[in-house]
Design a protein around this ligand. Structure first.
Ligand code: FAD
Length: 415
């Protein structure tokens, strides 16, 4: 109908798919359009660095929703199109592509994600030096695997370490170069970093910390990565996992407040009441941690999409979801609940040893703020109950691996 509201989502990733699903489930009866610059419908990104690097596994993209979901619900999916400009006064968008088009909206949702950075060093633009963020990049890596002997991975964050695990399983010689003095330094504590370092070394990875890559050189078709210390590492291809920056340029160009992401309120609404931002590109105040944060996780993309959908459907509910995250490396399942930034105490429960469950519990003023669980889904689950209640569990019980998790939960309830 003519009065039908038009909601346009920019970006066709995790957050976009969830936003569509949540709006369809609600009473909202407007028209939905999704514009994405990748050639695909929304797909699961986490497998790209995990199972999908193996050419023998016939690694097909995993669709977040089947194609029928979009057609059955009359969702217009414009893939292969990039939004280049927002005109907030006219409420229109400019799309590039073969034919420049304009789209008008009543409600706009920015779900543009983030972009993995490349280090500004000589040689990074070589075609065999890549980040690992999109289906196309994963496919390019996969195609090189059968003819490759060695790979250098720059950066020992989640993506770099997951790729190291996946590629070493395929028989490649893997070197990981990390600038910081420990792996995963931005997301976890020294004992957990130490566990992952030995895990990778035990699996044959040449893992170097305090190693700064300074240049990538090509000679006779072979790549060599140079470090500041003067070491050189041969590589058939190079992967970079050195962090990501939010795709907030469209919003900034439209004079919406941005600073490490698009600033949104508790309903994921920007300073313009008809524009929302969700997922990796959004920066929001978290009530539990009482600070602004920008998260890069599937959970955050999904939960912020649900929050925005509720507001768009006229049933606003403030975003309070507890952050959680997972990573798979070798046979280790790493789960994180909460945000450990700013902790003043870390208690390790159990012994960080191969094949053993253990967990690291982070406290601030005795309050539990986060837990890293390694092969320990039960500790993860219990922590997920304690953290939102701002509980102060008995630390002697936490430290004693033979104590019951139930008792820890009970002590937090009584705190
Ligand atoms: P995305 O899913 O990145 O979607 C954004 C889309 O918008 C992209 O397709 C982008 O190209 C498009 N876009 C950007 N600008 C425009 C524009 N102007 N016009 C049109 N389209 C545009 N998270 C976890 O929780 N657990 C994991 O184990 C995990 N593993 C990961 C492994 C890899 C290899 C990667 C890359 C990420 C992983 N993540 C993981 C992170 C998770 O995938 C992201 O946090 C999540 O995809 C964010 O969802 P999003 O919708 O905000 O952005």
């Amino acid at each position: 109908s003519e009065s039908q509201q038009h909601c346009v989502i920019v970006g066709a990733g995790h957050a976009a798919a969830q936003l569509c699903a949540s709006l369809i489930q609600s009473d909202w009866d407007g028209k939905l359009t999704v514009v994405g610059d990748e050639p695909h419908a929304p797909y699961h990104r986490p497998p790209l660095s995990k199972t999908q690097l193996n050419p023998a596994d016939n690694p097909e993209l995993q669709w977040i929703r089947p194609a029928a979901f979009y057609t059955d619900n009359n969702i217009e999916l414009l893939t292969g199109h990039r939004v280049t400009e927002i005109d907030r006064n006219a409420k229109t968008l400019t799309l590039d592509g073969p034919d420049t088009q304009s789209l008008s909206y009543d409600t706009l949702v920015l779900a543009t994600g983030s972009t993995h950075r490349k280090l500004p060093i000589p040689g990074v633009d070589h075609p065999r030096v890549s980040t690992l963020q999109t289906a196309a990049q994963a496919e390019a890596v996969r195609n090189q695997v059968p003819n490759a002997k060695s790979v250098v991975i720059i950066g020992a964050g989640f993506i770099g370490l997951e790729a190291a695990s996946s590629l070493s399983k395929l028989g490649l010689n893997v070197t990981v170069l990390e600038f910081a003095d420990r792996v995963l330094s931005r997301v976890t504590s020294p004992p957990v970093s130490a566990f992952f370092e030995s895990l990778h070394k035990n699996n044959g990875i040449d893992l170097r910390t305090s190693a700064q890559a300074t240049a990538i050189e090509e000679q006779d078709g072979k790549l060599t990565v140079h470090t500041k210390a003067g070491d050189t590492f041969p590589a058939d291809f190079v992967l970079m996992g050195v962090g990501a920056a939010p795709n907030d340029q469209l919003a900034a160009a439209a004079d919406l407040p941005t600073d490490n992401g698009i600033h949104v309120n508790e309903f994921n609404q920007t300073a313009d009441a008809s524009i929302y931002a969700v997922g990796d590109c959004a920066n929001q105040h978290h009530p539990l941690y009482d600070t602004r944060m920008r998260l890069e996780s599937v959970q955050n993309a999904n939960d912020q999409a649900k929050t925005a959908a509720a507001a768009i459907a006229g049933q606003p509910k403030a975003h309070t979801a507890l952050p959680w995250f997972w990573s798979d490396q070798y046979d280790v399942k790493f789960q994180i609940v909460g945000i450990s930034t700013g902790y003043d105490q870390c208690i390790v429960r159990g012994t960080p040893e191969p094949g053993q469950p253990f967990s690291a519990w982070y406290f601030k003023d005795k309050q539990l703020i986060a837990v890293d669980a390694i092969n320990d889904p039960r500790a993860y689950a219990v922590a997920g109950k304690i953290i939102p209640m701002q509980g102060k569990p008995n630390q002697a019980l936490v430290a004693d691996a033979s104590s019951e998790l139930k008792a820890i939960l009970q002590s937090a309830k009584e705190s």
